[in-house]
Design a protein. Structure first.
Length: 507
């Protein structure tokens, strides 16, 4: 890895009178300051100022370095040393650090599969031959250098190359548990059947449904089954949260870089002064249409999104907190914030929608506590699937391709963490062997969120996890196997459902 940086440091005043002092500072830095961090066993490592020149208030530098002290770090170290030593003696300081040219050569983790040109923000060029990569960066500010943009650019190139090897690759899937084969009551698509019966209606916007009393009652009964048969017996407590998630929370959890193409965004009005909105109101009243171009001017750029999953805001609520040993594990769940995801062409029935109703249990505790909780959760889910719903289901350990390429779960596997999915057979899709089963729930335990939000205990390191329970999918899994006739439903579920509501008579 080789870094070659040309930078211009602009001072608050002319520095030609300080030329001898600046040369001394650079010479000493080459011998000491720019070598700090190089392993003892490495010869000729670190960074070196190869050329320097002064003109009026500007110092121009050429710095060459290796991986141990990268040139952009070296220029910031040098800037600090110059400020400290020239300030008292010459009453000047560095006002601006400007990158004139920055070339970085390094080896990729592996050779790209495709010839297509890679592009990234802040790069002038990216040239790749085999596993050798050379990039040219310009126009980075001092703040951007200190925020480690350069290393992130290098990492992103490796990620893009790695993604080529996983494009189209399916998720890792390993069966862990399955129910006995059940006798199916019918083979119809429950979404289509409920539409025909008038139980549900397509929503006023794409990818959403309106649930009339019969469908709503099934959803609410399923919700109570989850709460009373899975969560409360294990000690989970209910919380309530906002459906709005600010970008900084999604940045912490990684959602902002993982799902920007699936999020729904929120824009606030720039003002609530009625006089400033009068022109828009006038046009609406006259045309009975919303003047979108005028509306664009009156709303801010989004700085938040609609809930994608409830867990990020729950983790945020514990940011920088230390949880007492007696309070562990923390067991909470939310069922108030609908989840919203832009599915585009992938929508189908109630099982793949843009907005769905979800219960999300979140748990924070020690490794031993959460591994024990995982066993208990699986047992409670199994109890519901077998004894209350009587459905055909299976459980698999999964690892999405994007986590495989990033090594996301490799370390988790070593200590028994990671993600499992619950899947149900849908007869209307075809045979058990050849059709796609419906993933209708999952359960995960990870390290990253307690670290991202700095959630600590008094002694042990904490882990966290969540379990997604999409009610629409639970209902589809149940009705696809049991049909719409309550007489054919298991008795234990009917205890929660009670009686079917009256239908509307629509003429």
């Amino acid at each position: 890895m080789r870094f070659e940086l040309e930078a211009a440091l602009t001072f608050s005043d002319e520095i030609e009178d300080a030329e001898d002092e600046i040369e001394r500072i650079i010479s000493e830095a080459n011998d000491d300051l720019l070598m700090r961090g190089v392993p003892v066993q490495v010869d000729d490592g670190g960074a070196q100022v190869k050329e320097s020149s002064i003109k009026q208030d500007q110092l121009t530098l050429k710095i060459v370095s290796d991986r141990y002290v990268r040139a952009h770090d070296a220029v910031l170290r040098l800037k600090k040393a110059l400020d400290q030593e020239l300030g008292p003696a010459f009453h000047v300081g560095v006002r601006e650090v400007r990158i004139e040219d920055y070339t970085i050569e390094f080896e990729l983790d592996r050779e790209p599969k495709e010839d297509e040109e890679l592009t990234l923000p802040y790069t002038e060029s990216i040239d790749i031959e085999g596993e050798y990569c050379e990039i040219n960066i310009s126009s980075l500010t001092e703040e951007e250098l200190s925020k480690n943009y350069v290393d992130r650019i290098i990492n992103r190139i490796n990620e893009k190359v790695e993604a080529q090897y996983y494009e189209g690759k399916e998720e890792m899937w390993e069966l862990q548990l399955e129910s006995s084969e059940k006798e199916m009551v019918w083979e119809e698509d429950p979404t289509e059947a409920m539409q025909e019966e008038g139980w549900i209606k397509r929503g006023p916007t794409k990818g959403k449904w309106f649930y009339r009393p019969k469908a709503a009652k099934i959803m609410k009964a399923m919700e109570e089954v989850v709460v009373e048969e899975v969560l409360r017996p294990l000690g989970f407590q209910e919380i309530m949260e906002s459906m709005m998630v600010p970008f900084d929370v999604w940045l912490e959890t990684g959602h902002m870089e993982g799902i920007p193409n699936e999020a729904y965004y929120i824009s606030e009005p720039k003002t609530r002064n009625p006089e400033e909105w009068e022109d828009i109101v006038d046009e609406i009243k006259i045309t009975q249409e919303v003047p979108k171009e005028k509306l664009d001017v009156m709303i801010d750029t989004p700085n938040a999104g609609v809930c994608y999953a409830q867990c990020p805001v729950i983790y945020w609520s514990f940011r920088n907190e230390t949880i007492s040993e007696e309070s562990l594990p923390v067991l909470v769940f939310d069922r108030t914030a609908p989840s919203t995801r832009y599915e585009s062409g992938g929508r189908h029935g109630m099982e793949r929608v843009d907005e769905f109703h979800r219960i999300e249990p979140v748990y924070i505790g020690t490794k031993d506590q959460l591994l024990e909780l995982k066993k208990e959760l699986i047992e409670r889910y199994k109890h519901v699937f077998e004894e209350l719903l009587d459905i055909e289901w299976r459980m698999a350990k999964v690892e999405p391709f994007y986590l495989q390429q990033a090594g996301g779960e490799e370390k988790e596997e070593e200590i028994g963490l990671g993600t499992i999915d619950f899947e149900a057979y849908l007869p209307f899709r075809g045979s058990r062997e050849d059709s796609e089963w419906l993933e209708f729930g999952n359960l995960s335990i990870f390290r990253k969120y307690t670290e991202a939000f700095n959630i600590k205990s008094q002694r042990e390191k904490l882990l966290s996890g969540c379990s997604g329970i999409g009610l629409e999918r639970w209902v589809v899994a149940f009705l696809a196997q049991k049909g719409l006739d309550p007489e054919k439903w298991p008795e234990r579920f009917k205890e929660y459902f009670d009686e079917m509501p009256e239908s509307f008579e629509l003429l």
